[in-house]
Design a protein. Structure first.
Length: 248
């Protein structure tokens, strides 16, 4: 794992986009196609804006997979991750395919099984992820399951995670936030060839410290990225403000 610190979220976003686009280009050059995991959330805004500016990426041969989605939320709900990805990736980039997590599916376990068959059919080239204020990775809240080999899980959302969604402005109150989600597992994320974690803003500073200044722990789920040789953590000055270990 490598940690890089940048002066602002804008500069950080451009650096992460440059690295991400290079990973996609390399996969296309080697195999004629690429498979990518995409995250959602306000922390991804600057990165996705910069990614849309990257030139010479043939998005038509790229398949995207969706990290997570709330159970019971329609694709048109303002907080839907499908809506976020449709507006910020599908419409501007026009990838060959985007495999959404169907939060409206009446049987979430069946939807998880369907996604598992698809994502495990071939390696994933690069994952664009974030880190929650409680250290969650996707919707793997603490204490996270580092053991399961299942690709997608139905998970219970803890109160800290649900409050973060309110804080980001996606819901009016915690009562409005669903209590369950479908989430890609930790083991499936770690199976990716390269992981880029985009983590700006001061509200993530404590999580950055907890996950990367200490030992790997299920109580700080994103700390598991320390075990992945080809992970880069992208921080801005605010999110890195409590970090003690050296950065690039």
């Amino acid at each position: 794992m490598r940690i890089e610190r940048y002066e602002s979220a804008e500069v950080m976003g451009r650096a992460a986009a440059t690295r991400g686009a290079a990973a996609v280009r390399a996969a296309i050059a080697q195999r004629g196609a690429a498979r990518v995991i995409a995250a959602t959330g306000a922390a991804q805004f600057k990165f996705l804006e910069a990614l849309r500016q990257e030139q010479d990426v043939d998005w038509s041969v790229v398949t995207f997979f969706h990290l997570d989605e709330y159970v019971g939320l329609s694709a048109t709900h303002p907080a839907s991750f499908r809506r976020f990805l449709q507006e910020r990736i599908v419409e501007p980039l026009r990838p060959g395919h985007f495999e959404f997590v169907d939060g409206s599916h009446p049987r979430p376990e069946e939807e998880c099984a369907r996604l598992e068959r698809l994502i495990q059919a071939a390696p994933i080239d690069v994952a664009f992820v974030g880190i929650g204020e409680n250290g969650h990775l996707a919707f793997n809240d603490p204490p996270a399951d580092f053991v399961t080999k299942r690709a997608y899980l139905v998970v219970q959302l803890d109160e800290a995670c649900r409050r973060q969604q309110v804080g980001e402005g996606w819901f009016a109150s915690i009562e409005d936030v669903p209590r369950q989600a479908m989430s890609m597992s930790v083991s499936q994320i770690l199976a990716t060839r390269e992981i880029l974690a985009i983590v700006p803003e001061s509200r993530k500073a404590q999580a950055v410290h907890d996950c990367f200044d200490g030992l790997v722990s299920v109580d700080h789920p994103a700390s598991v990225l320390q075990n992945h040789a080809h992970t880069t953590i992208f921080l801005d000055a605010q999110s890195a403000s409590l970090l003690e270990r050296a950065t690039s």
